[in-house]
Design a protein around this ligand. Structure first.
Ligand code: RM4
Ligand code: MN
Ligand code: MN
Length: 397
């Protein structure tokens, strides 16, 4: 029997009330591919502008109260920039989110950071990690989100095992500096910018490092950091089961780390991941997950892309919440394949947009955040204001 409308609305409310998403500062900046960037008039150039844009997204969606920061791009003077960030938090009503150390842009990291054969460069990378941990402490931000570009391009050119040992040593030392409220999230990526081997290439390596580093370390799953056809929901299920799942960088991909907006290529995959999360959370697992966005809006308008992402995430989150897990368990137990599959994909095919719109209205928000953005004139106004920057862009963000 199909669910009644009121059952669906109750499930949607419960799901959406508990669902918040962190957005990244670099999603508002001019970013691009290794071939180039297409500048946008609306792009944010300063941390103040990034906070302003994040506040606008939160104003329109009501579910993005924090902004992930990249140390080099947002706090170029390290801890000295903390007071400015604190002032912005207050002014815009947006919290500083995960702190992302940057161990990939400086020239000395050509052959790696925490895995560099040079002890001196490893120490510099470690100093940056320690600064990042201190920034996190001062901003009361829970997560240090570590992604490294470390790896090698040619077989035989580096000792894979020596680099494992250097990394283990570094992460144990980082963990020892965390406050009890902090966590270390370890992100993996199979390739790029290194093309032969990446030092943390998959969730097995991240899991090992997290376990070894200590109890406050967890794995970060960036949905774009998988090979084509990899079963990401299975990885998520394993990480929930082992208690090692720390959070996500959401985006979508077609070929590699494309950083497209969430659900734009394969919404069913996001649904399948979300279903695993709902069922894990219902069983008391993964209650402290960080849901973050990591996208690069090279062609799409930045504000529009961010709002689309949040709205899509909410829609897929509700769809996954609609799966009747008790019924599904019964189908699974009796090995009724078609029964189980029809129930599962039935939820995916439900049009939940009226439910998400009703939830927004019941929370004093506009039913359609994208239309509300258009009507607000915000994009035109920041584009005019930011015309003063011209078209020169020097760094990735
Ligand atoms: C990486 C990874 C990191 C992000 C950088 C900019 O591919 O996804 O999380 O900080 O890109
Ligand atoms: Mn990422
Ligand atoms: Mn990435």
């Amino acid at each position: 029997m199909a669910q009644s409308e009121s059952t669906q609305f109750d499930l949607a409310v419960r799901a959406l009330d508990g669902f918040q998403i962190e957005i990244p500062s670099w999603g508002f900046a001019n970013t691009g591919t290794r071939f180039g960037k297409f500048n946008q008039a609306q792009a944010a150039h300063t941390i103040e502008e990034k906070f302003a844009d994040a506040a606008q997204v939160n104003h329109l969606t009501g579910v993005t109260p924090s902004l992930a920061l990249h140390v080099l791009w947002d706090l170029p003077n390290g801890v000295k920039d903390v007071p400015e960030v604190k002032a912005l938090e207050k002014r815009f009503g947006i919290r500083a989110g995960a702190i992302n150390p940057n161990l990939f842009q400086d020239q000395q990291y050509k052959f790696g950071s925490l895995c560099n054969p040079s002890a001196e460069i490893r120490r510099q990378a470690m100093d940056h990690m320690l600064d990042s941990i201190e920034i996190g402490k001062q901003l009361n931000s829970r997560d240090i989100s570590l992604w490294m570009a470390d790896g090698s391009n040619y077989p035989g050119s580096q000792s894979i095992r020596k680099r494992i040992a250097w990394l283990e040593e570094a992460l144990v030392a980082c963990h020892a500096k965390l406050s009890p409220a902090q966590r270390l999230l370890i992100e993996y990526k199979p390739f790029e910018p290194a093309f032969y081997h990446t030092d943390i290439a998959d969730w097995g390596m991240s899991s090992h490092l997290a376990r070894l580093a200590g109890p406050q370390a967890r794995v970060l799953v960036d949905t774009g950091h998988h090979y084509t056809a990899q079963n990401i929901e299975q990885i998520v299920a394993w990480l929930l089961h082992t208690g090692l799942l720390g959070g996500f960088h959401f985006n979508d991909r077609r070929y590699a780390d494309d950083d497209l907006t969430l659900g734009s290529i394969d919404p069913y995959q996001v649904f399948r991941i979300f279903f695993e999360l709902h069922s894990g959370i219902a069983e008391g697992l993964g209650n402290d997950l960080a849901f973050m966005v990591d996208q690069s809006h090279n062609l799409k308008g930045k504000m529009e892309a961010m709002i689309q992402t949040v709205v899509t995430a909410q829609e897929l989150w509700v769809k996954a919440a609609l799966v009747d897990r008790e019924k599904l368990a019964a189908f699974q137990q009796s090995c009724d394949i078609v029964g189980a599959e029809e129930l599962y994909r039935g939820a995916f095919w439900t049009d939940v947009r009226p439910l998400t719109a009703a939830w927004r209205e019941s929370h004093g928000l506009q039913a359609d955040p994208l239309a509300a953005l258009k009507a607000s004139g915000y994009v035109e106004s920041i584009s005019r204001e930011r015309a003063k920057y011209g078209s020169g862009v020097t760094s990735y963000a």
